[in-house]
Design a protein around this ligand. Structure first.
Ligand code: PLP
Length: 440
């Protein structure tokens, strides 16, 4: 590994970090290690692996050589120390919290979340005894006000849709660090263009299903440990990492893995949560995500260029009451977009049709190039009407809190030629306009 090219550039890291060639065959593409188990070298070797005296392959539920390359590449991309791949983005968000908070504890989260994450926090984690205190992300001090002695983590999305207002990462990370509370950032919508660790976040989570995969073939998630948070300095604040773990012979995670580096958080997530809850990524999916990573920097460039062009196009169209895109924002929102996003403003574009729900329905049904799907971050252009789909399980009040109105349409702009994207939008807007007149 030591003779591998070193680089600080994502374009190089994502093709080279963590793997050169298969030691067994010389294969240049990362092999798909489709195996459940690994033959131990000796009884002593097996005992060392189980006792974490050595790191190595035991069983694919908790580690796999294909997945390992993916984890190393995403960790290197983000400037973190290690990563953990999981079966979905939802599993990544859940584990990221469960690794710090237990029944009776709480977290403080931004209100501006993907609907699935909102449900996880507001309902499922609540049933497990973990309370989520939702606060307005535009007011960093709200995180401080919601904090008490049982608060274990802060959580937010870098570029949350539908509002697409970039989260004040440094401001909230700083408040958290004062209490010994890490900021966990869901950076799903902004890989490459945002680097949360550089602004003080301690943990990143991804739905790799989106831009990292890029081709809409596989569901997956990732937690990345920034290695920049001193868990041992906050013993009372972070009990799960600082008190003996009865499930591991009384290991205290902030101490037990010190010789291996600042990886206490991600090791616990792997050897405790993944061991017990089992939301593993399959080796085949890991292979697909490795392919996606190789072209991620190029795709993000085109995603961002096309997103910008679509936003500028929509602003000029009649029948649209509001276009939501970071570069169009003003004031503090624009300042944050410029401070935290580098190289583009992403590919998510929102807009509100003046004709409301009926116009939204007509627009979606008229699309020919855009796919009507519940995904984002695919190489293809995608569209959805959140009020009746992704956010439909939320109450009307919750929908409004997350920024979803009746006429809101979300676009995830792909990497097709911009002329074809704009042509499809033009004809679908014409169809939506017709609907508006019919409804009037
Ligand atoms: N986080 C964000 C920002 C998302 O958009 C999504 C999915 O849409 C998720 C998390 C959940 O990811 P997954 O669908 O891979 O479980």
């Amino acid at each position: 590994m030591s003779n591998q090219p070193q680089s600080k550039h994502p374009e190089t890291i994502l093709l080279h970090a963590g793997y050169r060639a298969d030691p067994a065959t010389g294969a240049v593409a990362v092999p798909i290690y489709q195996t459940t188990s690994y033959q131990f070298e000796s009884a002593e070797h097996a005992a060392d692996l189980f006792a974490l005296r050595k790191l190595g392959n035991i069983y694919t539920r908790i580690m796999n050589p294909t997945t390992d390359v993916l984890e190393k590449r995403v960790a290197a991309l983000d400037g973190g120390v290690a990563a953990l791949a999981l079966g979905s983005g939802q599993a990544a968000s859940a584990f990221a919290i469960q690794n710090l908070a237990a029944a009776g504890d709480n977290i403080v989260s931004s209100t501006d979340l993907y609907g699935g994450t909102w449900n996880l926090f507001a309902n499922t984690l609540k049933l497990q005894g973990i309370e989520t205190r939702f606060v307005d992300p535009q007011d960093p001090e709200a995180f401080r006000r919601a904090t008490d002695h049982k608060t274990r983590a802060y959580y937010a999305e870098t570029l949350p849709n539908p509002k697409l207002k970039v989260f004040p990462i440094a401001e909230v990370a700083r408040i958290g660090r004062g209490f010994g509370i890490p900021l966990i950032m869901d950076n799903t919508a902004a890989p490459i263009i945002c680097r949360p660790f550089a602004h003080g976040a301690a943990v990143n989570v991804y739905s790799t299903t989106k831009y990292i995969g890029g081709h809409g073939t596989s569901i997956g998630g990732m937690i990345v440990d920034g290695g920049n948070f001193d868990w041992a300095a906050h013993k009372e604040r972070q009990p799960l990492l600082n008190t003996p773990d009865p499930s591991y012979h009384g290991a205290v995670w902030s101490e037990a893995v010190k010789p291996l580096g600042p990886i206490a958080y991600i090791i616990r997530a792997r050897v405790v949560l993944l061991r017990d809850l089992g939301a593993s990524m399959s080796p085949l999916s890991a292979f697909q995500f490795i392919q996606g990573l190789e072209t991620l920097p190029l795709r993000m460039e085109r995603h961002c260029a096309n997103g910008q062009a679509v936003a500028q196009f929509l602003v000029k169209q009649p029948g649209i009451s509001n276009v939501i895109y970071p570069s169009l924002q003003t004031g503090e929102a624009k300042r944050r977009a410029d401070a935290y996003l580098k190289g583009g403003y992403g590919s998510l574009v929102g807009f509100e049709l003046a004709g409301g729900r009926e116009a939204g329905r007509r627009f979606i049904d008229a699309l020919r190039l855009f796919y009507h799907v519940a995904n984002i971050g695919d190489a293809r252009s995608l569209a959805i009407h959140p009020a009746t789909t992704t956010h439909s399980q939320l109450s009307p009040e919750e929908q409004l809190a997350t920024g979803v109105s009746d006429g809101y349409v979300r676009l995830s702009i792909g990497i097709e030629h911009i002329e074809d994207i704009l042509a499809d939008l033009t004809q679908a807007l014409a169809a939506a306009g017709t609907a508006r007149r019919a409804a009037e």
